[in-house]
Ligand binder design. Structure first.
Ligand code: CMC
Length: 430
C-alpha cells in the first residue's frame, strides 16, 4: 500500500522524511538519516526496557496481551494444555507443525536417549554448598555442559545445533533433579528410559528407597500440563537474554545458562517462589485487605507477586488453565491451605480500582506455586520447574535467531550522560 508510510518533519531543520511502515513498525535505522548537519550521528530511538521495540521477527509464539491470547505456532494454549503433551508441544515449537505419529515417536526416542549426563557432572554438583539454591546449580551445570560438547560451537551447522537442542531439552530434568537431590542431601537417581519425560523427572526427584516407586499419574499429567504452559512466551526477559547472548555465536549451552539466570529473578520466573513467600507472610484470609493496602501504598515497596504482566493487560490465559489444574492436583494431594488466601487476594484485587485501572491480573506464577507446593516441592525449587519446560522455547528462539539473516550481534546504543573529556589529575593534586 502506497500510504503505508510515516511522514515526519524534523523541526530542527524543516526537512521532511517518508518512513516505510511494515508490520506496524518503522525501522529504527531509518531514523539515522535524520541529521541536523553532516557531523550529526543521526536520530536514534530511546526505549529503556524495550517497552515498544521489536527486536526480531518470530514465527514461534503469538500473544495478544489485551485479549489474553497465547498461541504456539497458531495453536491456542488451552487446546494444547488439554490435548497435547510437553514433548509433542516441544516438537511443534521446534519444527512449526504438529508431528505425525512416527515423527513424534522418533522425537521422543531421541530425547529419551539423551537424558543421561556425564558422570563428572555429579562431582561438579557435589562442589556446591549443601544449601546452594537449585537455580544457581542449574545455571552453572548447564553452562558447564558446553565444556563437555565442544562441537556445540558450530552454531551454524544445523545437524550439530539440533543435537545440542535435543540434549538441552533431555538433560534439563536430570540436572534439575540432581540439584534438588543435592540440596536435600539425597543420592542422585539416574534417568529411567522406560518412563515418559515428566514421569521420569518426578521419579528422579522423589524416589527414595523404592526402585519401582512411581508418581501418581494425575500428578504426572498435571505437571506435564504446567510444562506445556511454560514452554515458550515469545520475547520475555530470559528468552531475550538467550537471543542476545547467542547473537555473539556462542554455543547454545552458554546462551541457555544466561536464560536460566534471567529467569531466576523475582520479577520473572522467580515470581512463583515469591508468591508462596507472600502467601505465607499474609498467613490468613482475614489479613488480605491489610496486605492489599500495603501494596497500594505509594511509599511502600510491596508488590502483589504473581500479578501484572508487561504484555497481558487481561487475565493471563495460562493462569486460567493452572487454576483448573489446581483442583485436579488437590484431589490427590489434599488442598493447599494457602489456596484460600490466594483466591481471596484475587477476588479483592480484581474489584479494587488500583488493580483495575492498571489492568493487573493474575499471571502464570500466581497459582503454579500452590501446585508445586502441594506436590511436595520446596519453594527454592519452583523456578527450576519453570526452567525445564522453557528450555524448548529458549533453544527454538536461539535457532530462529541464528538462522535469521537480518540478525547481527546484539549491541544497543546509549545516550551518554557522563562528563565530557577531561585530563587525568595525579592523586596528590585531587
Ligand atoms: N503489584 C502492585 N502493583 C503493580 C504490580 C504488582 N504486581 N505490577 C505492576 N504494578 C503497578 C506498578 O507499580 C505501576 O504503577 P504506577 O503506574 O502507579 O507506577 C503499574 O502497575 C505498571 O507497572 P510496571 O511496573 O510499569 O509494569 P511492567 O510491565 O514494567 O512490569 C511486571 C511487569 C511483571 C514486572 C510487574 O507487573 C511485576 O513486578 N509483577 C510482580 C512480579 C511477577 O508476578 N512476575 C511474573 C511475571 S509473569 C511470568 C514471567 O514472566 O516469568
Amino acid at each position: 500500500m502506497a500510504n503505508d508510510t510515516l511522514s515526519v518533519t524534523d523541526n530542527r531543520t524543516g526537512k521532511k522524511y517518508e518512513l516505510k511502515i511494515e508490520n506496524g513498525c518503522i525501522r529504527a535505522m531509518d531514523l539515522r538519516g535524520m541529521k541536523v548537519d553532516a557531523e550529526d550521528f543521526g536520530l536514534m530511538a530511546y526505549d529503556p526496557a524495550f517497552m515498544n521495540t521489536a527486536n526480531c521477527k518470530s514465527a514461534i509464539t503469538f500473544i495478544d496481551g489485551d485479549k489474553g491470547i497465547l498461541e504456539y505456532r497458531g495453536y491456542p494454549i488451552d487446546q494444547l494444555a488439554e490435548k497435547s503433551t510437553h514433548l509433542e508441544t516441544s516438537y511443534l515449537l521446534m519444527n512449526g507443525e504438529l508431528p505425525t505419529k512416527p515423527q513424534l515417536d522418533e522425537f521422543v526416542t531421541k530425547i529419551t536417549h539423551h537424558t543421561y549426563v556425564h558422570e563428572n557432572i555429579k562431582q561438579f554438583m557435589d562442589g556446591f554448598r549443601y544449601d546452594a539454591h537449585p537455580m544457581s546449580m542449574l545455571a552453572s551445570t548447564v553452562a558447564a555442559l558446553s565444556s563437555f560438547y565442544p562441537e556445540a560451537k558450530q552454531v551454524k551447522n544445523k545437524e550439530v545445533r539440533r543435537n545440542q537442542m535435543m540434549r538441552l531439552i533431555a538433560k534439563m530434568p536430570t540436572l534439575a533433579a540432581f540439584s534438588y537431590r543435592h540440596s536435600q542431601g539425597l543420592p542422585y537417581i539416574y534417568p529411567n528410559n522406560d518412563l515418559s519425560y515428566t514421569e521420569n523427572f518426578l521419579t528422579m526427584v522423589k524416589s527414595i528407597g523404592k526402585p519401582n516407586w512411581r508418581p501418581h499419574p494425575a500428578l504426572v499429567r498435571a505437571l506435564d500440563v504446567l510444562f506445556i504452559l511454560h514452554a515458550d512466551h515469545e520475547q520475555n526477559c530470559s528468552t531475550t537474554s538467550v537471543r542476545v547472548v547467542g547473537s555473539s555465536e556462542v554455543d547454545p549451552y552458554s546462551a541457555v545458562a544466561a536464560g536460566i539466570t534471567a529467569l531466576y529473578g523475582p520479577l520473572h520466573g522467580g515470581a512463583n517462589e515469591a508468591v508462596l513467600r507472600m502467601l505465607r507472610e499474609i498467613g490468613d484470609k482475614k489479613n488480605v485487605p491489610e496486605f492489599i493496602k500495603k501494596v497500594k501504598d505509594k511509599d511502600g515497596d510491596k508488590k502483589l507477586m504473581g500479578f501484572g504482566h508487561r504484555v497481558y493487560k487481561n487475565y493471563d490465559p495460562r493462569a486460567k488453565v493452572i487454576k483448573k489444574a489446581c483442583d485436579e492436583v488437590f484431589e490427590v494431594t489434599g488442598k493447599n491451605p494457602l489456596l484460600d488466601i490466594a483466591v481471596e487476594l484475587e477476588r479483592i484485587a480484581l474489584q479494587d480500582d488500583y488493580f483495575v485501572q492498571r489492568k493487573l491480573y493474575p499471571n502464570v506464577d500466581f497459582y503454579s506455586g500452590l501446585i508445586y507446593e502441594a506436590m511436595g516441592f520446596p519453594m527454592e525449587f519452583f523456578t527450576c520447574l519453570f526452567a525445564i519446560p522453557r528450555t524448548v522455547g529458549w533453544v527454538t528462539q536461539f535457532e530462529e535467531m541464528i538462522t535469521d539473516n537480518e540478525q547481527k550481534i546484539a549491541r544497543p546504543r546509549q545516550i551518554f550522560t557522563g562528563p565530557k573529556k577531561r585530563d587525568y589529575v595525579p592523586t596528590e593534586k585531587r
